[in-house]
Design a protein around this ligand. Sequence first.
Ligand SMILES: N[C@@H](CCC(=O)N[C@@H](CS)C(=O)NCC(=O)O)C(=O)O
Length: 234
Amino acid sequence: MNDLSAFPITQKWPATHPDRLQLYSLPTPNGVKVSIMLEETGLPYEPHLVSFSTQDQMSPEFLSLSPNNKIPAILDPDGPGGKPLALFESGAILLYLADKTGQLIPQDAAGRYETIQWLMFQMGGIGPMFGQLGFFNKFAGKDYEDKRPRDRYVEESKRLLGVLDGRLAGRRWIMGDDYTIADIATFPWVRNLIGFYEAGELVQIGNFPQVTRVLESFVARPAVARGLNIPARS
Ligand SMILES: N[C@@H](CCC(=O)N[C@@H](CS)C(=O)NCC(=O)O)C(=O)O
């Protein structure tokens, strides 16, 4: 029996299956990266909903594991050395799960670093820039009269889409024939930009045919379709 009681997060979100990896998340573009990864790998896990409407991410129990008050976070009862491992930051979690399962990352050193490079491109570029564009186009920032902040993020998002489009030309996925954690990190954000953020026209998404082609292949994967709705919203 795995004892996770030393982790305060389990007081607010008790583990029904303490032998399984515990996921604390919400189906947002960062959250679904991890649920999609878990669905793709087949690793047994137990999802817990962290609701923003009740500010769960600010609770002391959540902050004890994820001090940056952001989802997703995990608690693996069977971490390195057989000891529990707690992790936050979606990029770190994807990398950890790829190493743990030996899946969705090339095993050769050069391919591994190239995949990490594109993972970092998403973490440092696509995620933050698309997120700002969402704020200025769909949320509170849309009411600002001065459109220069919005336009700055539109231009930067277009530039990033251009880089991604160039990379995908002649490739099935970001790493060629291999579907990897770089795709799992990137395409939930592209989907969100066009869908939830309603910014497809603004960034002229039609100018990036490789990106839209791969997005279609991504959302057609059964594990992606499942992961996009995990944890189920109440
Ligand atoms: N760099 C972090 C970003 C995570 C992030 O921004 N999560 C958002 C949801 S997509 C969040 O938890 N927001 C809650 C808040 O800011 O209070 C990661 O990739 O894990």
